[in-house]
Write a protein that binds this ligand. Structure first.
Ligand SMILES: CC(C)(COP(=O)(O)OP(=O)(O)OC[C@H]1O[C@@H](n2cnc3c(N)ncnc32)[C@H](O)[C@@H]1OP(=O)(O)O)[C@@H](O)C(=O)NCCC(=O)NCCS
Length: 214
C-alpha cells in the first residue's frame, strides 16, 4: 500500500464527507458544511491520505490557547465550536488541537492514522506551537465496565499482557507519542452515541517545551 499524505483542497469536501459516512455512526458524521468551514478557517490543518489518488483518511485541526497547568476540561463541541471552528480557531494560540482524525474501516490498522498524527505534529513544529492536543471518547470503557465494573481512573491505566495500554485508542495515541492529561465526563455531550467519558491527550513540542527538572 503506497499512501500519500498532503493538504486537502476545498474542492475535496465531498470526498471527505464520503470518508465520514464510512467511518462514523450517523450522528457523529461531520456534514459537508462543517468540513468546508474547517478548510475555510484553517486549511493548513486539513490533511488527506490517498491510495492511488483516492482519499481514504483525513484529519483536521485548529489553533487554540492552552494552559497546561489547568488542562483542557471541556466538551468536543465547546472546544471546536460544534465542529465548525469559526469561533474557536485562534491563530495567536500556542497549541494545535486535532478536531478530527478518520480512517475508513478497510484501511484501518495499516499505519495511516499514525502518519496523519505525524503530519499534525510536523505542522505544530513548523508553526512554532508548543503542544498538540486531542480529546476523544472512550467507548471502550462503557463496554468493559458493563461486563466487569471498573473505575474510569483504573480503566485508563489498564495494560495488556505486553504492557501496552488496553484501550485501542489510548494505545494508538500513546504510540504516537501523546500522553493523558485529563479525563472528561460527557466529552461528546448531546450525541446519541456518546460515551460516558472522554480523555484529553497532549504532545509537547520538544523544541519548545522542556521537561521541568527540580
Ligand atoms: C483510530 C484511528 C484513527 C487509528 O488509525 P489507523 O490507521 O487505524 O491506526 P494505525 O494503523 O496507525 O495504528 C494501529 C492502532 O490504531 C488503533 N486502532 C486501529 N483501528 C481502530 C479502531 N477501529 N478503533 C480504535 N482504535 C483503532 C489500535 O491501537 C491499533 O493498534 P493495535 O494494532 O495494537 O490494535 C482509526 O482506526 C479510525 O479512524 N477509527 C475510527 C474513527 C475513530 O475512532 N477516530 C478517532 C477518533 S479519536
Amino acid at each position: 500500500m503506497d499512501i500519500n499524505v498532503h493538504n486537502i483542497t476545498p474542492g475535496e469536501v465531498l470526498a471527505m464527507f464520503a470518508v465520514e459516512l464510512q467511518a462514523w455512526p450517523k450522528n457523529l458524521q461531520a456534514p459537508p458544511e462543517k468540513l468546508k468551514s474547517r478548510i475555510a478557517n484553517f486549511s493548513e490543518g486539513v490533511f488527506g491520505a490517498y491510495d492511488e489518488g483516492h482519499l481514504v483518511a483525513d484529519t483536521t485541526s485548529q489553533i487554540i490557547e492552552y494552559n497546561p497547568e489547568t488542562g483542557l476540561n471541556k466538551s468536543w463541541s465547546e472546544i471546536t465550536d460544534g465542529g465548525f471552528i469559526s469561533g474557536t480557531h485562534n491563530p495567536a494560540g500556542n497549541a494545535l488541537y486535532i478536531v478530527s482524525i478518520t480512517v475508513i474501516p478497510k484501511y484501518q490498522g495499516h499505519g495511516i492514522g499514525t502518519k496523519l498524527i505525524e503530519k499534525q505534529k510536523e505542522l505544530a513544529r513548523e508553526k512554532g506551537l508548543e503542544y498538540v492536543l486531542i480529546g476523544f471518547d472512550l467507548e471502550g470503557y462503557d463496554e468493559y465496565n458493563n461486563s466487569e465494573p471498573i473505575s474510569i481512573e483504573n480503566y485508563v491505566n489498564l495494560k495488556r499482557n505486553d504492557q501496552q495500554p488496553f484501550d485501542p485508542k489510548i494505545r494508538f495515541y500513546t504510540r504516537c507519542g501523546l500522553e493523558l492529561i485529563n479525563i472528561i465526563p460527557n466529552f461528546s455531550a448531546g450525541s446519541a452515541h456518546a460515551a460516558k467519558y472522554g480523555v484529553m491527550f497532549q504532545w509537547k513540542n520538544p523544541e519548545l517545551v522542556g521537561e521541568v527538572t527540580e
